[in-house]
Design a protein around this ligand. Structure first.
Ligand SMILES: [Zn+2]
Length: 227
């Protein structure tokens, strides 16, 4: 299972043009739509083939074959530009992606609406869960497990009308207790970030994603994927 958990998974955040208010950190996590399109076109031109998160997890868990040079694309946090800017690009390039949604922001200005989450699902995108309010799972006690792991899953399942079982740890942070709670809450898999190794005992709950910086052009992105 470990040897199969090597498909690169890209992790984007906001997809919109920069504003004068964006500081260095916001800029790093904000990818202008034109750059996203250049990144995604470069993947195809390099012979990489997007696969969905469920395809990726089937591969890791059961050995289900994937096309050569697979790559998975994901977006975190549920900001509005993921629907208004990223979805049209993905559709133009016939690519599918996963959207990890935190539910506290839904229907608020500049964030996804519940209708947009449903439309992403209907457009063939995968919806994953990214907690209620983005607190790191390493800090949860008592009722937090239900509030952050179970309730957002149930709410998003109600929005899209079917079961959801993918989770992404806020900030990529996790520990053994959190991992057990994620498993108990009914998730099939959970994604961290690539700054930490896979847990060899539980690779399905420590799958790694590459945090994409908007300072990378398409050559930088390909170089990181080949590293
Ligand atoms: Zn996040």
């Amino acid at each position: 299972m470990l040897a199969r958990a090597t498909v690169p998974v890209l992790c984007y955040h906001q997809i919109r043009d920069f504003t004068p208010d964006d500081g260095p950190e916001a800029r790093s996590l904000t990818c202008p739509p034109t750059l996203l399109e250049r990144h995604l076109r470069a993947l195809t031109e390099a012979g990489m083939q997007p696969v969905t998160s469920p395809q990726l997890v089937d591969h890791v868990q059961f050995g289900t074959p994937l096309p050569p040079r697979p790559v998975t694309i994901s977006f975190d946090d549920a900001s509005e530009g993921q629907f208004t800017n990223a979805l049209p690009i993905l559709q133009r390039l016939s690519m599918s992606a996963t959207f990890f949604v935190m539910t506290v922001v839904l229907d608020k200005p500049k964030w996804l609406s519940r209708d947009q989450v449903r439309l992403l699902d209907r457009a063939g995108m995968t919806i994953g869960v990214h907690t209620w309010d983005h607190h790191p799972v390493t800090k949860y006690t008592g009722a937090d497990w239900a509030i952050q792991l179970q309730q957002p899953k149930a709410e998003l399942e109600q929005i899209v009308g079917h079961g959801l079982d993918l989770f992404a740890y806020p900030y990529g942070a996790w520990n053994a207790e959190a991992l057990e709670n994620v498993q108990e809450a009914g998730y099939r898999t959970a994604f961290q970030l690539s700054d930490k190794p896979l847990d060899p005992q539980r690779p399905l709950f420590t799958l790694r994603r590459l945090l994409i910086s908007s300072s990378w052009d398409e050559q930088d992105l390909l170089a990181r994927l080949q590293a």
